[in-house]
Design a protein around this ligand. Structure first.
Ligand code: ATP
Length: 300
């Protein structure tokens, strides 16, 4: 789906389901999701709160095992990987989280935070790791003068830059960004996004980008997958999806942010009811544009 035939996707989910067993009963967080992210591509993942985006991200990173279905990284089924080979594979996929402070080690300086993955993966010696970490801090726009400062001494935006530098330390192929700017002030969000955009282009990264902010996704993503109640209801090139959304759920999400402002509000709860509209097959409605059949009532 949505890929060049013959090119091995960096990461691909095939008919993936994830069910969490909770005291209150089973939570079916991801339902029959198939998608592939091609080398160098940025896939946006949107949908309202609880639609399964973060679960999908963790499945794609191999941080959660699917209940059924397969996740492949570079063609390799993650469930077959163990030990050192899994660690090597994991190094190629890194994550940038919503809350940078929570993702940094508070008692480690900025440079030690960035060097930590290099140490864990036994890359170089202490001196070369520090040098490399300082270069990475420069790359993300953190003044090396502050290399020995601790995370709490940085602003949120600077903390996120340090977290991005750390995510890049092992030269990953895939960067999973889960709401990377939502915890930041609006004025800082644009700077961090511009940084991610520049790094992606400069380093040729493959990116999965989860955001509530559809305007950001439209700008940043090549393709966008829309999730609703654990399913992908529509997936298409960004310009096609934003111009001609097929699924009523997508139409409602987009309608909620129009007209586009410089600071769009977070996604409101959709009033569209899935009824039988989520059960259909993903159908190709235009080249590279897949949508599930929606219930006829919902189309009107
Ligand atoms: N570890 C877990 N145990 C039980 N239920 C979970 C777990 N993780 C997620 N869920 C449930 O799975 C569903 C999907 O959650 P998920 O966090 O993936 O959605 P999301 O789209 O990322 O939401 P948000 O935008 O609020 O982060 C929700 O109903 C959530 O409560």
């Amino acid at each position: 789906m949505g890929g060049d035939a013959g090119v091995t996707p960096v990461v691909a989910a095939e008919s993936v389901d994830k069910v969490f067993a909770t005291r209150a009963g089973d939570v079916h967080a991801v339902r029959d999701v198939s998608l592939a992210v091609q080398p160098g591509e940025t896939l946006g993942l949107v949908g309202e709160s609880g639609s399964g985006k973060s679960t999908m991200a963790r499945l794609l990173m191999g941080l959660l095992p699917p209940t059924s279905g397969t996740v492949r990284f570079d063609g390799v089924d993650l469930s077959t990987m163990r030990g050192a080979s899994l660690r090597r594979l994991r190094a190629q996929m890194q994550m940038v989280f919503q809350n940078p402070f929570g993702s940094l080690l508070p008692h480690y300086s900025a440079v030690a935070n960035v060097a930590e993955p290099l140490r864990l993966h036994k890359r170089g010696d202490k001196k070369s790791r520090r040098e490399q970490a300082i270069e990475l801090l420069e790359l993300v726009g953190v003044n090396p003068r502050f290399a020995d400062h601790y995370p709490r001494q940085f602003s949120g935006g600077q903390q996120q830059r340090v977290a991005i530098a750390r995510a890049l330390a092992l030269e990953p192929r895939l960067l999973m960004c889960d709401e990377p700017t939502s915890s930041l002030d609006v004025s800082i969000q644009a700077q961090v996004l511009a940084l991610l955009e520049e790094l992606r282009n400069r380093l040729g990264l493959t990116v999965v980008f989860i955001s509530h902010n559809l305007a950001v996704v439209e700008r940043f993503a090549d393709r966008v997958a829309v999730m609703c109640l654990g399913r992908v209801v529509e997936i298409a090139p960004a310009e096609v999806l934003f111009d001609r959304p097929q699924h009523p759920y997508t139409q409602q999400l987009l309608a909620a942010i129009l007209p586009v402002t410089s600071d769009p509000p977070p996604l409101p709860r959709s009033t569209w009811q899935p009824e039988n509209g989520l059960d259909g097959e993903l159908r190709e409605v235009a080249p590279g544009h897949f949508a599930r059949d929606a219930s006829p009532g919902a189309r009107e």
